[in-house]
Ligand binder design. Sequence first.
Ligand code: SAM
Length: 216
Amino acid sequence: MSVVSVESKSRDRWISGYRRQKRDLYETPSWVTELLLPQIPRDIRTIWECACGSGQMASVLRAAGFDVVGTDIAMGHDFLDETQRCRFRAVDGVVTNPPYGRRHTLAVAFVENCMAAMRRDEIRLTAMLLPAEFDYSHTKQHLFSECPFFARKLVITRRIVWFQSDDPDKREAPKNNHAWFIWERHHEGRPQIFYCHPRREYAATNDVRIWWDGKV
Ligand SMILES: C[S@@+](CC[C@H](N)C(=O)[O-])C[C@H]1O[C@@H](n2cnc3c(N)ncnc32)[C@H](O)[C@@H]1O
């Protein structure tokens, strides 16, 4: 896949200290996808990475043993297009880092599309890497407090560096926090919150569970 150029003169040209990329092509570092792996239920075998970019997230999932279908609008597959709907029936779940769009409109549309597929009983899992505050707003509560499928939030306590600076003397200082949001078709009870970091272990307290043992 070709390298996507930087948009110019856009109002939100800068996002969290990085230049905004055309179609939101921010490739997810491997360690971020690896944090999700223990949270994927054992009965999930086939995954649709529906905004796969150059395939970084898909390759981590494949290396973990999943059958992965990767599509992207850059390949002519618009996830929000009706014609793509048939793909849901061929997979167990959807995992991606979606484009956010202005005021998160695209990310909301991506999650809504998956929730509709869950209601049709076509997929059992949706996992999306999103800004940590994505669940805060009143207008998104149909995806969280009012959504029976919302199962877990995996708070990532290390900030993601999306691009390495060309300047070796400049230390990257990303400003945004991210989390994995997980919805399951057969989830029962309240959603849970977990905290995770690629290098640290946290003691489990109260209802907070640790990520690395894969148990909930
Ligand atoms: C944030 S990047 C994520 C890339 C990849 N998932 C990863 O984590 O490395 C978002 C991707 O969404 C794609 N995209 C944007 N709008 C889309 C749409 N409507 N349908 C499918 N892909 C879309 C972009 O081309 C871009 O590759």
